[in-house]
Design a protein around this ligand. Structure first.
Ligand SMILES: Nc1ncnc2c1ncn2[C@@H]1O[C@H](COP(=O)(O)OP(=O)(O)O)[C@@H](O)[C@H]1O
Ligand SMILES: [Mg+2]
Length: 328
């Protein structure tokens, strides 16, 4: 559908800017990340989020059999490997402040539950609107590198995987800076780029099934000089269609390249049902949010996710952006 035929989307840009104006240090100081729903009123109602659980507490709460390496290494007998399942490194997830499958629900997991609910609402809307395939695809993007795309994509994917009736495939499409496998403790291997570059490869054969139920990964794959062209190729649509058809209960989450780097994020946005735009509350200026939204305009459903960089130990981070003195 081109711009002439696309139905009008009143208020969208305006509400994004208005939402950006809601980013206040008092609201985001202690939070890890927060989804801003499509309704401005709902955004205004968001309650403060408790501080994230420190990694040590999270680690202590995980049953030892779930940890790749525990404190009691001598007593620890790892469960038998299932040949088809690759083990996710829960210890690494905990150390980097991510959701840990099998651990008790912490504040971060609660936040991503909210994000997930909002995602499912849009998903349903797309299905009802006659776009069942697109409804099952989500791009996690941001204006710049290091805004937290991979952090949010993995956490959201793990949160979706906890649903009883849904499977999730996390695709690393940030091929210039692939990070998904490293963050999960998975070995790098062939993946998206290989499937895009060779029509004879069935992308489903490259999907890595993990020992986290309902959670699979497609690595970025083998780098070539043609990466950008491959991501922008028409074959991408065929690869997505194949991955969706391979498992009817599957949702696909793409970890995207940044929108404002020279990158094919715009092409990816046209292929998916929803875009989640990760915004660093302490850093992303409104002008960049607006520019990123324009780049991603091929998608009709763009949500903002405020990522409030809770890993910075003091509040100095708000000083420069908001022109305030750091609080002691
Ligand atoms: N909310 C958060 N809490 C803790 N660490 C975070 C958060 N958001 C991002 N990070 C960390 O910031 C760094 C950059 O995030 P990353 O997800 O790699 O960015 P991107 O994928 O956009 O380049 C990573 O080390 C990541 O773990
Ligand atoms: Mg990344």
């Amino acid at each position: 559908m081109n711009d002439m035929t696309r139905p009008p989307r009143p208020h969208r840009e305006l509400s994004l800017l208005e939402r950006a104006a809601l980013f206040r240090p008092a609201t985001v100081a202690e939070s890890a990340s927060r989804f801003v729903p499509s309704e401005l009123e709902a955004a205004a109602r968001l309650a403060p989020v408790p501080a994230p659980v420190p990694a040590a507490d999270t680690l202590a709460a995980i049953p030892p059999e779930f940890l790749a390496h525990g404190d009691d290494a001598d007593d620890f007998t790892p469960p038998p490997e299932t040949p088809d399942e690759t083990r996710i490194d829960r210890g690494r997830l905990a150390e980097t402040g991510m959701i840990v499958p099998g651990a008790p629900i912490g504040p971060l997991a609660e936040e991503f539950r909210l994000v997930k609910r909002q995602l499912f609402v849009t998903n349903q809307r797309l299905e009802d609107g006659g776009e069942p395939e697109k409804a099952r695809t989500l791009l996690v993007c941001s204006a710049r590198p290091d805004d937290g795309k991979t952090f949010c994509a993995i956490n959201l994917a793990l949160s979706i995987a906890a649903e009883r009736d849904t499977e999730v495939l996390l695709v690393d499409a940030d091929v210039a800076k692939p990070d998904v496998c490293r963050r999960l403790g998975l070995p790098p291997g062939p993946g998206l780029l290989d499937a895009l570059g060779d029509g004879a490869i069935d992308p489903e054969t490259l999907v890595v099934t993990t020992d986290v139920p309902h959670f699979a990964v497609l690595p970025a794959g083998t780098k070539t000089a043609m990466d950008t062209e491959l991501l922008a190729s028409v074959r991408f649509r065929a690869v997505i269609t194949r991955l969706l058809a391979a498992n009817p209960r599957r949702l696909i989450v793409f970890d995207s390249p940044p929108a404002l780097a020279a990158s094919p994020a715009a092409v990816l946005a046209m292929l998916v049902g929803q875009v989640m735009l990760v915004v660093r509350a302490d850093r992303t200026p409104e002008s960049e949010i607006t520019a990123a939204v324009q780049v991603l305009d091929g998608c009709d459903h763009i949500g903002l996710l405020l990522n409030a960089v809770s890993f910075v130990p003091d509040r100095q981070r708000f000083g420069s952006y908001y022109g305030q003195e750091p609080t002691p």
